[in-house]
Design a binder for this molecule. Structure first.
Ligand code: SF4
Ligand code: SF4
Length: 221
């Protein structure tokens, strides 16, 4: 999931200082789980903006805010309210904000959240980064643990010389990613494979931005 956190409210007010009417779009997926764009947060921001004299013309929690066509359909019942709205506030990740930019070519669109990383909820409302979207996954070689993301140095054949008693040199509160990989391979009885595997220098071109994917298979003619 995409991990987000709320932007500073005063900064948001400054962003929208030229607009009186706003419409809010939350997201029921990652942002709701992060507590940045669910029903409760849309209600809270609505009240906070009203207290600042803004005219909140409406708000929804889109099922998937980054899904352009789905969000367009969900917004149809709000056509009248949206027509008289000057500015759209998007309470999801940066992709959701840019979905709104595609849908509202002639209106100002602002994010209410900062998008931080792709991660897991490892405890309630505790999020840890797990994948850097490198474009060519090496988890098949590393016991399913990503050293690119969970080793601060992104070492492909660690550990580095700074590892101390299984803890990371850079972030001593965290276990060394390569110790975790070793322990997991040992648990799976794959130490021979671990010792024989050399992860080749990565071809980073698969991560070159901006990336697009057409997921449907092309039909044979
Ligand atoms: S190897 Fe790349 S795609 Fe796989 S988890 Fe790590 S960053 Fe993500
Ligand atoms: S101690 Fe381990 S996790 Fe930390 S930087 Fe070195 S190899 Fe990476």
């Amino acid at each position: 999931m995409i991990i987000t956190k709320k932007r500073d409210f005063q900064e948001l007010l400054d962003n929208i200082k030229d607009y009186r009417s706003v419409f809010l779009i939350g997201c029921s997926e990652c942002a709701a789980l992060c507590g940045t764009g669910g029903e409760k947060e849309v209600e809270e921001l609505t009240e906070a903006l009203k207290a600042e004299g803004k005219d909140v013309t409406g708000g929804i929690v889109a099922k998937t805010g980054c899904q352009v066509l789905g969000t367009k359909k969900e917004l149809k019942p709000y056509k009248d309210a949206l027509e008289k709205t000057e500015c759209i506030l998007v309470m999801s990740c940066g992709a959701g904000t840019q979905a709104a930019v595609e849908l509202f070519e002639d209106k100002a669109v602002y994010p209410t959240n900062d998008s931080l990383f792709l991660g897991n909820m490892t405890r309630f409302q505790m999020f840890d980064e797990r994948c850097s979207l490198c474009g060519k996954c090496i988890l098949d070689k590393t016991g399913g643990i990503c050293p690119i993301t969970t080793c601060p140095k992104g070492l492909l054949n660690g550990p580095c010389g700074g590892m101390q008693d299984g803890q990371c040199e850079v972030s001593p509160e965290l276990p060394c990613a390569w110790v975790r990989i070793y322990e997991r391979m040992k648990r799976l009885d794959k130490l021979k494979e671990f010792c024989e595997t050399v992860v080749e220098a990565k071809d980073w071109s698969a991560g070159q931005k901006p990336r697009s994917l057409y997921a449907r298979e092309k039909k044979e003619k």
